[in-house]
Structures are given as C-alpha cells and as structure tokens.
Design a protein around this ligand. Structure first.
Ligand code: NAP
Length: 282
C-alpha cells in the first residue's frame, strides 16, 4: 500500500462491470439473458431512486431489469405471493426486495420467501448462514462490496483487528463474518457498546455502518488504519467524518464514490453468477 490511499469505489465498480460484459454476452449468445427482478413497495422517494439506479445499471450491461412496483397498502400475504411467482419464473435469476418495506408488512417473512438460488442480495437467513460458514454464493451486496474494495487494493486482512460499527443483518453482521472468514480479529460494535472511541482506536480496519452522518470521528482513527465507510446519508454524507478521518487514515473510501457504486456492481455480479449457475445445472 502507498502511504495514503484513496480507495476509489468508482474505479473498482468499473473494473467489475468490465469483467461482467463478456460473461453477459456469452450467456446471451447461449440463449439466456440474466434477469434481476426488483420489488418496490410503496412510494418512498429514496427507495424508488435506489431501485431505479439498480435497474438502469442492469440495462446498461445487457441484464434484464424486471421492475415490480406494488402499492404501499399491499398485505404481507400478497407480497409473498408476488415473491413466490418470481421464484417460479424461469426467466428471473435474481430477486431484490427493496427495503425498508412499509411497517405493517412482515419484512423478515418477505425476505425468507426468496428462493436461496435467487437471493442475490443475501437477505435470507439461509444465505446469511452460508456466508457465515464461508461457502455462501451471494453475501449481502454492501459487505461484498467492502471486501471487493479491500481485495482490489490488496489491503492486508489476515491477523488485523477489524472493528465494525453497526450490526444490521444486511451490513454489520455479514461484513463481520466475511472479515472473520478472512482471518481478521473482529469486534462488532452497536448502540449499547461501551467506550466505542477506545475500541475504534484499536482498529487496523474500521467499517462504518451506523446510519448516522459523520459519526466516526477523526481522533478515533489509529494512524495508518483503513477506513471503510458504508454510510450513505442525505446530502451524500458518510458515516465517518471524512475530512477528519482522512488525516489519520492510511486508506479511506470517500462518500460518494466509495462503497456505494461497488454495492451495485456486486448486485450485477451476483445476478450474472446466478444465471450462469442455472444454465450450468441444465
Ligand atoms: P441500520 O439497520 O439502521 O443499523 C445501524 C447499526 O448501527 C445498528 O446495528 C445500531 O445498533 C448501530 N448504531 C446506532 N447508533 C449507534 C451508536 N450510537 N453507537 C454504535 N452503534 C450504533 O443501518 P444499515 O442498514 O446497516 O445501514 C448503515 C449505513 O449504511 C447507513 O448509512 C446506510 O445508508 C448505509 N448503507 C449503504 C448501502 C450502500 O449501498 N452503500 C447499503 C446499505 C446501507 P443496534 O443494533 O444496537 O441498534
């Protein structure tokens, strides 16, 4: 690693998409067009934007984007019915249920309804279990993106102390497992953690996954530590205070242009992986 490194997610995302192009062409020439189904429930503007970005990214690469938009008042039962139909649909290779869904819906039941072979966003408990055991096909996309950036820049992981701030099922927990599987020593922090700054100060790798703008402070960062900021708050602000953290960090992801674009690329990659897997099983 150089002395101070900007971990450029846009560059990593471009590299991943370049590698996917040929694979999509090969699949298409064999009569299979990879297809990602996105399910959006309700009219939350941020969720609508995220789904649109994901669909557009698919189409740019020649992946079909099947966009399903359901009314906010839909019942859990009807949402499950839609997911079961997508499970049965031979032309669909991946299913992404945009979350959060409206609070009257049983989100966990909806996630669990997704067929493991189509769980390209790593939201089922079965998928999480497989990821934790080290043989998951499709880890959640943001944790997978964090690992892809670390790999791209050859950041050493083995034996390093990784401190993850956040323990959500789609981010903090799976990235903790991925880092543990790469032989990091992992500490996962959350809202009841005591002496958080002291713990972060011990980290060689810090993952910010809190959902609070500029939450990780510059003086919590050990000189030379690697800061991976998964946060994405209104106004394009990360969960780490970039300007202050950058002073101590040896390497750091910016927001925007860090983990975000790689997350979308991982979703595309998982969809192509799923289409190839299905074709090879036939
Ligand atoms: P989340 O479900 O709200 O989880 C936040 C986590 O932070 C929880 O585990 C919570 O602890 C912990 N936390 C809250 N306050 C804390 C405090 N004061 N000290 C220590 N820990 C605290 O959020 P998420 O879905 O994981 O998302 C986290 C961030 O990543 C957000 O900024 C989100 O926008 C971003 N994100 C980005 C992408 C992307 O593509 N780049 C994708 C997904 C999410 P408890 O468990 O104790 O409540």
């Amino acid at each position: 690693m150089e002395n101070k490194l900007l971990l450029n997610g846009t560059r990593v995302a471009t590299d991943i998409k370049e590698q996917l192009k040929g694979r999509v062409e090969e699949l298409t020439s064999r009569g299979v067009t990879p297809c990602l189904a996105t399910v959006l429930v309700g009219d939350d503007p941020s969720s609508a934007t995220y789904v649109k970005m994901k669909g557009n990214a698919c189409e740019k690469l020649g992946i079909l984007s099947k966009r399903i938009h359901l009314p906010a008042e839909i019942t859990t039962e009807d949402l499950l019915k839609t997911i079961h139909e997508l499970n049965e649909d031979e032309a669909v290779h991946g299913i992404l249920l945009q979350h959060p869904v409206p609070s009257h819906i049983d989100e966990r039941a909806a996630f669990e309804a997704i067929d493991i072979e189509k769980d390209v966003d790593g939201v089922t408990s079965w998928g999480f279990g497989q990821t934790s055991f080290g043989f998951g096909s499709y880890p959640s996309c943001t944790p997978a993106a964090i690992m892809a950036i670390l790999n791209y820049y050859d950041v050493p992981i083995e034996g390093k102390h990784a401190v993850i701030v956040g323990r959500s099922p789609i981010l903090g927990k799976p990235v903790s497992m991925l880092l543990l599987n790469r032989n990091a020593t992992v500490t996962t922090c959350h809202s009841r953690t005591q002496n958080l700054p002291e713990i972060v100060k011990q980290a060689d790798i810090v993952v910010a996954a809190v959902g609070k703008p500029k939450f990780i402070k510059g003086d919590w960062i050990k000189p030379g530590a690697v800061v991976m900021d998964a946060g994405y708050n209104p106004g394009n602000i990360g969960d780490a205070d970039y300007e202050e953290c950058e002073k101590n960090a040896g390497a750091i992801t910016p927001v925007p242009g860090g983990v975000g674009p790689v997350t979308i690329s991982m979703l595309l990659k998982h969809t192509v992986d799923a289409a190839e897997k299905k074709l090879n099983q036939q």
